[in-house]
Design a protein around this ligand. Sequence first.
Ligand SMILES: Cc1cc2nc3c(=O)[nH]c(=O)nc-3n(C[C@H](O)[C@H](O)[C@H](O)COP(=O)(O)OP(=O)(O)OC[C@H]3O[C@@H](n4cnc5c(N)ncnc54)[C@H](O)[C@@H]3O)c2cc1C
Length: 480
Amino acid sequence: MKRIAIIGGGISGLSAAFALEQRRVAGAALEYVLFESGPRLGGVLLTECLDDCMVEAGPDSFLTEKPWAADLCRQLGLGDQLIGSSDAERRTYILTKGRLVPMPDGLMFMVPTQILPTVFSPLFPFNTKLRIAREWFFKPRLGPDETVASFVERHYGAKLVDRLVDPLLAGVYGGAASELSAPAVLPRFIEMERNYGSLTRALLAARRKAPPQQDRRPIFTSLKKGMQQLPDALVARLDSSSQRPNTPVRELQPTSHGWTVSASVGSGFFDAVVVAIPAPAAAALLETAGAGLASELRGIPYSSSVTVTLGYGQEVRRSLPPGFGFLVPRSEGKRMLASTFVHNKFPHRAPADRALLRCFVGGSRDEPVLDLPEAEILRIVGGELRQILGITAEPRFARVYRWRAAMAQYVVGHLDRLQRIEGLRRQLPGLCLAGNAYRGIGVPDCVRSGQEAADQALAAVGLAPSHPEVGASVVASEER
Ligand SMILES: Cc1cc2nc3c(=O)[nH]c(=O)nc-3n(C[C@H](O)[C@H](O)[C@H](O)COP(=O)(O)OP(=O)(O)OC[C@H]3O[C@@H](n4cnc5c(N)ncnc54)[C@H](O)[C@@H]3O)c2cc1C
């Protein structure tokens, strides 16, 4: 009987555990144990029902074009629970000199693909519009690792970074365009530059080639009763005797033919381990096993964030502009990074006479907000909503969630670091890594990382993989 330990009960660890469970029920001589330090499994996937509203504490959805999370949902029998974002309502605003200005139609992530909406948008000054036009004639090139800010500035100018890209990345990564690595977080755009030079030309060419049904898919996918349906379904399918909540792992020590896992309740021997926790926490467990690896893992920075969800009544709902919400560029001098109008983004989230707003503060530029008392965070968010949206009503309810060091930051050098980590990991047989620290922070990437780590662990103990179709890793991802 082979024994595999999984450390971390977030979506990465749960996906790994489910992959192993499938092999176990298929008859593999296999036992696994899932260690989670907290009382519940699911990590940052947490949904609460408050005042008849579905409140997401962490992720509210995932990108439809990345298939791994939706595929897993279907495998778990949740296919009929998948819902798409209400894209007909899709409009995002950028706070510009205190006013909400809609993002022009035809923007694909950050690349303008329609001339007229871009030309008439008050979002960009005349100079930026000229830069956008000139970009069409860019020649293919392959440059060194650089920040997203420098990559986008080369193509479209600094204003597009300030007004669009920096706020988008702050919303997605809690990070800054001036620090995140373009090849690590925007690999598709690097590929476009390499093949076409101009990102605008590349995107238009890709769109012409795409099958027509692809355009009709919703951008975001979620679950009817909230994202927590996914971890709940995973937990229900795992062997209950294999689950160890409230059991933090303290150390991992390689032995001559496996690993000793030391947890709060004692030590045990395993043939392989899947470490699916944030990189600095993984570093702490591996300090004695591999100081070099631990130091590389510790070098991956993380940002923290706070999500604040506020429920309002009919009056506020009527007063809000249509759309999914707004982003706040740093130059606007606010603490809020973004706000989502949840009731518009997805069906099934709030009764028709309610407004449900989810606001983000924190991120790599505002870590101190994490330590403020809840009342102070609510005062800041309430004040900024009053300035931006004119909301003076008191919320029916408010909920603050703090996520400390939850989002890995793929800064310049990340891809080189991953190669060094992979080299060092291979020197420790039976050690597998999963999670948002490596090749994508979104839920689908974390699902895939867990499945791949499970397959590595199975291979390490001489068993066949559970997911023959999971292929070579792709690197990180734009948006999520
Ligand atoms: C506020 C927020 C909003 C987000 N929004 C989106 C979104 O809309 N779409 C999207 O695709 N992605 C989103 N993400 C990103 C995505 O949700 C995460 O990257 C992903 O869920 C991380 O999963 P994980 O399992 O790797 O890590 P986690 O969820 O952090 O789980 C790690 C688990 O390991 C446990 N652990 C830590 N140390 C130990 C130890 N020593 N022993 C045992 N257990 C330990 C922790 O308690 C935790 O439960 C968001 C993230 C946050 C924080």
